[in-house]
Design a protein around this ligand. Structure first.
Ligand code: TMP
Length: 203
């Protein structure tokens, strides 16, 4: 089966504004007449929604490996039930978080073997990876103000978020063609950088 769909993912540490950018990007694509589908990870499937609640609950005590399995369970549901059926359609699939979140958070952040994550991903994904990934980048200490004390979010220390951030930078270094680092500016500035890179990629 030849893949016709284009996969775009938005990534970054907590509070970087990637969800705002992903939603704006979907509106932009729709205004240009592209058929577009939006997915949030975890949270798009029925099981994904339940797992999101468990994973993001306050005072959660989950072992890193258990956490990995829960994120991957959500991904397996999403990929098998929602993504694979539309890969041969001319559609742009926009992800608010995808595989790189697991590599950055569970791999670089929690210290789980990158090989293990890669092997499990290869079973789940069967070669499905984003065509282009935008990582919204800013120092964790800056974003602390944005995250505030929101109890429902996974609150992690600045140190942890910096480790995750370094993970994203490393992923981009390893895969410069796919993964684009966008320095976080105002909402408009950030979006303009994304639009420019998207146009270069798409043309
Ligand atoms: P968000 O999507 O609202 O930004 O929050 C999701 C949280 O889950 C965020 O802290 C990152 C975390 N996460 C992982 O740790 N691993 C993953 O694979 C995914 C998709 C998210």
């Amino acid at each position: 089966m030849k893949k016709k769909a284009t996969i775009v993912s938005f990534e970054g540490i907590d509070g970087c504004g990637k969800s705002t950018q992903a939603k704006q990007f979907v509106r932009y694509l729709k205004s240009k007449g592209f058929k577009t589908l939006f997915f949030k990870e975890p949270g798009t499937t029925a099981l994904g929604k339940k797992l999101r609640k468990i994973l993001l609950a306050k005072k959660q005590d989950i072992l890193p490996l258990s956490e990995l399995f829960l994120y991957l369970a959500a991904r397996n549901e999403l990929v098998t039930k929602k993504i694979k059926p539309c890969l041969n359609k001319k559609v742009i699939l926009v992800f608010d978080r995808f595989i790189d979140s697991t590599i950055a958070y569970q791999g670089y952040g929690r210290g789980i073997s990158l090989n293990l994550i890669e092997n499990m991903h290869s079973v789940i994904l069967n070669g499905i990876i984003p065509d282009i990934t935008f990582v919204i980048d800013a120092p964790a200490s800056e974003l602390r103000k944005v995250i505030g004390k929101d109890a429902d979010r996974l609150e992690k220390s600045i140190k942890f978020q910096e480790m995750v951030r370094r993970g994203y930078l490393k992923i981009a270094e390893n895969e410069p063609k796919r993964v684009k680092i966008i320095k976080r500016g105002s909402i408009n500035e950030t979006f303009q950088s994304i639009q420019k890179l998207w146009q270069e990629f798409f043309e």
